[in-house]
Unconditional design. Sequence first.
Length: 281
Amino acid sequence: MSRPNAMTIDVEDYFQVSAFAPYIRREDWAHLPCRIERNMETILSLLDHHQAHATFFTLGWIAERYPGLVHSILAGGHELASHGYDHYRASEQSPDEFRTDIRHSKQLLEDLGGQRVRGYRAPSFSIGSRNLWALDILHEEGYDYSSSIYPIQHDHYGMPDCPRFRFHPRGHTGILEIPPTTAKLAGRHLPAAGGGYFRLMPYPLSRWLLQRINRVEGESCMFYFHPWEIDPHQPRPAGVNLKSQFRHYVNLARMKGKISALLRDFHWDRVDRVFLRESHG
């Protein structure tokens, strides 16, 4: 059988994206048209059709308002994990604020799902060299793994000098960090794991990069996307700058087909089953 890879979905709606924060107030979120239920239904159906399983890093804000989504995730045999409560970047929180956030979201998801939550992903991959203390707090609060450090150079996030594959940033007694997958070409780390990069790149190139990591480097991949990325008809906030518009809207209409191809061409499973079994013996 081919090497298993981890498929992950960051469960947030279009108006919660960090790039839109200057244009959409948090206090207005509850009054905006929500698209998360229909998009999640599409994603869960796709996974079921391809007999694939995934990990859903879910915002507490979403889970609280749409508890049926939590039940649907678990009923499909998928892993429920935390994306924090309301998409505040870890890099913009104090240690006390971060602890309160991740404790609250973990408890909320566990109460709704009736299962222990083991994983966390920081909004916008907002853990890096300046706030590695966040990993200690995650460990203290009972999380087993994080997927919050992106080993690339980016204007909003990234830690390009960190390891490309899973590692223990705080020593082997600390939390396991599993970065989104990158390919190393010409001495640089290139994103190969989803998001806007996946929407922008031709699918054959993305497939080649992931196959290369599986076959040549012998590593499993960590892929991610968001429910709003398969929704070309989502409402468009006014006043968003051109750079953010391009990043958010590029090739949305093609995304569902590309995800289907990805599910067909690779073996996908939950993060805990792909990465934690081997790590913990």
